[in-house]
Design a binder for this molecule. Structure first.
Ligand SMILES: [Zn+2]
Length: 282
């Protein structure tokens, strides 16, 4: 079981759990309200988060969704509070409400290419035999950007999109210099080959640069990144995009130039990122 981490009086997070694809959940404590970030991948996940918060006498009042993927929304009913979503997330949730999560139906959707086995496997593992998933309608629907004042703290939620999911939001807390990126910098997994596209990445990195942050949360990274750690991750993405374009998706030329630019051998993570760009190069 994951244990809640306290970064400041205003900022708490529950680390992710890779085995069943639980993402990071977070709480921003204002003087008047507490904003929770993401609902978790099951009632159990949501319940565990609420219990951990309660041990610090923190209760959530309102919840923001980073995007529609199951692992971020299945705990919404258990959270039992008003929620905020952009219009694209809202529309996707309306679709999810109609689906069954039983093995047979999940397998059918994987077969049809609508669901991916990576998610279906994690859903089976996380939910066990309790497959009744009720996803309530989000309460507050916005289009591009919404700003909350929860008392001494501001939360800016901006719809930024990206390859991973077109409905992705980022959530910025200026007073804490903290930026929640959800999954927006991960690859598009709902495709035959996991991939990034050059233009979407440039676009996204450009938007992220506008936010002055010291702490960066990526929902499936084990811990938040410092400014320097994030800068090197962003530079890896930026350079991979640039070189994929320059070498027209030829992986050998890309890896060779990347290695010489970085002045070191490439790591497994470097190669994975390059592969996703090559997969998305058309
Ligand atoms: Zn996702």
């Amino acid at each position: 079981m994951q244990t809640l981490e306290k970064l400041s009086d205003r900022l708490f997070y529950l680390p992710p759990f890779q085995k069943t694809d639980r993402p990071i959940l977070a709480a921003i404590v204002g003087d008047n309200q507490t904003l929770l970030i993401d609902a978790g991948n099951s009632s159990n996940h949501a319940k565990h988060f609420k219990e951990q918060l309660a041990s610090y006498h923190v209760t959530g009042d309102i919840l923001a969704l980073t995007h529609w993927h199951w692992d971020h929304v299945f705990g919404l009913r258990e959270m039992d509070m008003p929620s905020i979503a952009n219009i694209m997330t809202y529309d996707k949730l309306k679709e999810l409400q109609e689906l069954s999560w039983e093995d047979k139906e999940l397998d059918k959707r994987v077969e049809a290419g609508i669901e991916i086995s990576f998610c279906a496997d994690a859903i089976k593992l996380e939910l066990g035999s309790m497959r009744e998933v009720i996803i309530p309608d989000p309460t507050i629907i916005f289009e591009k950007r919404i700003k909350l004042n929860i008392g001494g703290v501001t939360c800016i939620i901006e719809h930024v999109g990206g390859d991973h999911s077109p409905d992705s939001n980022l959530i910025y807390i200026p007073e804490e210099k903290t930026l929640f990126l959800g999954d927006c910098l991960y690859a598009n997994m709902y495709a035959e080959k996991w991939h990034y596209t050059i233009e979407k990445m440039y676009n996204l990195l450009g938007k992220i640069k506008d936010y002055d942050a010291e702490i960066y949360f990526l929902s499936h990274h084990p811990a938040p990144l410092t400014k320097d750690e994030f800068a090197s991750f962003a530079s890896l993405l930026q350079t991979s995009a640039e070189l994929t374009n320059k070498h027209k998706g030829k992986i050998e030329a890309i890896t060779e130039e990347m290695s010489s630019r970085f002045g070191r051998n490439l790591t497994e993570e470097d190669l994975e990122i390059i592969t996703y760009f090559v997969n998305g190069y058309a």
